[in-house]
Write a protein that binds this ligand. Structure first.
Ligand code: NAP
Ligand code: F7E
Length: 329
């Protein structure tokens, strides 16, 4: 039975990847950091099928100990400070987690077992102020936030450890991917949650920032499948994972409000609080390499994604599930 370690298992992607690997017959280890309150909402339904181990990307010894004690065959590094606005407020911490954390983990692998296959969660935010449209593996990076800068470091250190030490290390350059488990502060879930609340009479408006920003939004379960496919190839490599379609935040609003019979213009208010110091205006990925080499393609359209998220939010609110309000920008 192959064994995989997932850092960031409590996050959106970590929870989907764990379920995917369990369905493939893997033994799954999930690294979690110590918190005063348990935050296992996304993994509770399969928690008894995985082994949770304590560790932190800030603490190199914890990473080495986990590898020495559990001997995984594959390591998926999904842990990061992943919210772009927070990276301006906490740029040094973002660099520690999202950039140097990758080196700590790669070095632990190099020291303990260089045969381990490694996946790094790189991001379309690395393209930032895009130098070509659409973006592929050869497009130069121009990050626009401390988060994007940290991810560029994580990408290149992954490539560097592959070239320096021969590690089987892959960087997946994933464009935005969403679903009902997305954090509520990200724009898609913020919108679908507000649509559900407004539809149910629990809220009257939705305050957003830049409505013109365009993103290539896919469905998270499709994207974790691509991570696994990368580690099953004969050679390590880097891949763009994207739908190839781009939509604006406004179009997302139109689709989500329209689905429940509302006009977004009656509810959406633009609020400068949610504008960013530097914006990524347009992302659209070219995943032809992943299609050709991994046989990967998305299965959920933009319209289906919006509907899946609105339905899930309506359902959760109607059964009185605890759906928290967003408390920060
Ligand atoms: P997410 O929901 O924010 O999850 C992040 C995970 O990282 C959480 O489990 C979090 O643990 C953990 N974490 C944060 N700091 C840590 C530390 N110092 N030590 C150990 N664990 C730590 O993010 P996601 O959307 O699943 O994304 C997964 C990865 O893909 C991230 O690296 C993200 O930057 C990258 N990415 C995401 C997208 C996307 O569209 N979703 C696209 C491209 C790349 P807690 O639960 O304890 O906070
Ligand atoms: O913003 C605009 C905002 O926060 C998308 C992370 O997973 O994907 C994600 O980063 C767009 C931006 O995601 C609001 O200005 C308008 O242009 O949902 P987001 P992101 O910044 O694209 C990449 C690939 C990652 O790697 C990241 O980890 O929406 N926008 N109004 C807003 N965004 C937010 N959050 N809130 C608003 O009110």
């Amino acid at each position: 039975m192959p064994k995989a370690l997932i850092t960031g298992i409590t996050g959106q992607d970590g929870s989907h990847l764990a379920e995917f690997l369990l369905s493939k017959g893997y033994e799954v280890l999930g690294m979690v950091r110590r918190t005063s309150t348990i935050n296992f909402d996304r993994i509770r339904h399969f928690q008894d099928q995985v082994t949770l181990v304590q560790g932190d990307l800030l603490d190199q010894v914890s990473l080495i100990s986990i590898l020495e004690q559990h001997h995984p065959d594959e390591v998926y590094n999904l842990a990061a400070q992943s919210f772009v606005p927070t990276s301006w407020e906490q740029p040094v911490l973002t660099g520690e987690f999202t950039a140097l954390g990758v080196t700590r983990l790669l070095d632990a692998i190099r020291l303990v077992d260089p045969k381990i296959r490694f996946y790094q969660a790189s991001s379309s935010e690395m393209f930032g102020k895009v130098q070509a449209v659409p973006q592929n593996e050869k497009t130069p990076f121009y990050p626009r936030s401390p988060y994007g800068v940290a991810k560029v470091y994580g990408h290149w250190i992954t490539v560097n450890y592959r070239e320096s030490y021969g590690l089987f290390a892959c960087s997946g350059i994933l464009f935005n991917h969403e679903g009902p488990r997305r954090g509520l502060e990200f724009v898609t879930h913020k919108i679908t949650n507000a649509v559900a609340r407004i539809k149910l009479g629990m809220e009257r408006e939705l305050r957003l920032g830049n409505l013109d920003a365009r993103r290539d939004w896919g469905y998270a379960p499709d994207y974790v499948r691509a991570m696994w496919l990368m580690l099953q190839q004969p050679e390590p490599d880097d891949y763009v994972i994207a739908t190839g379609e781009t939509h604006s935040v406004q179009e997302f609003c139109e689709e989500a409000f329209g689905y429940v019979g509302l006009d977004w213009r009656d509810y959406v208010v633009q609020d400068p609080r949610f504008m960013r110091p530097a914006e990524v205006d347009l992302l659209v990925g070219d995943a032809s390499k992943a299609r050709a080499k991994l046989g990967w393609q998305p299965t959920v359209t933009f319209r289906e994604l919006v509907r899946i998220m609105v339905d899930a939010d309506l359902e959760a609110l109607q059964r009185n599930a605890h759906v928290p309000h967003i408390t920060y920008a």
